[in-house]
Design a protein. Structure first.
Ligand code: AMP
Length: 199
């Protein structure tokens, strides 16, 4: 929804890493073990990958990063990456959701390997069990969306990613949005938070 509203590319570090794993590239091979355990992939790998992606032509008018940065070190690298092109990080959106709800959402998440559409077994089920409404492909479950791994990812979030809230609060670009609502409503709130600051 944000990608369409702003006509900018949506760059998800997790999607890029999963594509690298799928392609069997060197980066994918190095990243896979960490991802399966719910740990962060070493920053130097992720930063290099993002640096390459944002240098592509479709990023000249801005872009939306999703899942990056995940540590203060990555945030500092992002600052210099963006600054080198005479730009700045305009907004940082933190979506707040209670941990039990995160577990409920992720453990029921299903995705289409062909078109990327997301579903949830209870909240947004496909018309036909396990099949994508749009392209008919068989839906898949992410390897790291098992409860035990989700709990590990949340622990990693608390320890390594939550300090970013302070980092961006100090930079006065942090927008906190309640993520515990229907997707369209959350998107509206994010748009409102970002636009308010632009005015
Ligand atoms: P996500 O799709 O954003 O939930 O990311 C899935 C997994 O990819 C994470 O649990 C990490 O193992 C890895 N990953 C994604 N983004 C990053 C990042 N910025 N830094 C380190 N690891 C990442």
């Amino acid at each position: 929804m944000l990608r369409e509203s702003f006509s900018i590319p949506h760059i998800s570090s997790g999607d890029l890493l999963r594509a690298a794993v799928e392609a069997g590239s060197e980066l994918g091979d190095q990243a896979k073990g960490y991802m399966d355990k719910g740990q962060l992939v070493p920053s130097e790998l992720v930063i290099g990958m993002i640096r390459e992606r944002v240098a592509e032509n479709d990023c000249t008018g801005g872009y939306l990063l999703d899942g990056f940065p995940r540590t203060v070190e990555q945030a500092e690298k992002l600052e210099s990456m963006v600054g080198a092109n005479g730009h700045a990080v305009d907004h940082v959106v933190a979506l707040e959701v209670e941990e039990d709800k995160v577990v409920e959402r992720l453990s029921g998440r299903r995705s289409c390997p062909e078109c990327g559409r997301l579903y949830h077994v209870s909240f947004q089920p496909p018309r036909s069990d396990g099949i994508c409404d749009d392209c008919g492909a068989e839906l898949m479950i992410r390897d790291d969306d098992r409860e035990e791994t989700i709990r590990k990812r949340l622990e990693v979030y608390r320890r390594q990613t939550a300090p970013l809230l302070d980092f961006y609060e100090k930079a006065a670009i942090l927008r906190i949005v309640d993520g515990d609502a229907a997707p369209a409503e959350v998107a509206e709130q994010v748009l409102a938070a970002v636009r308010e600051e632009d005015d």
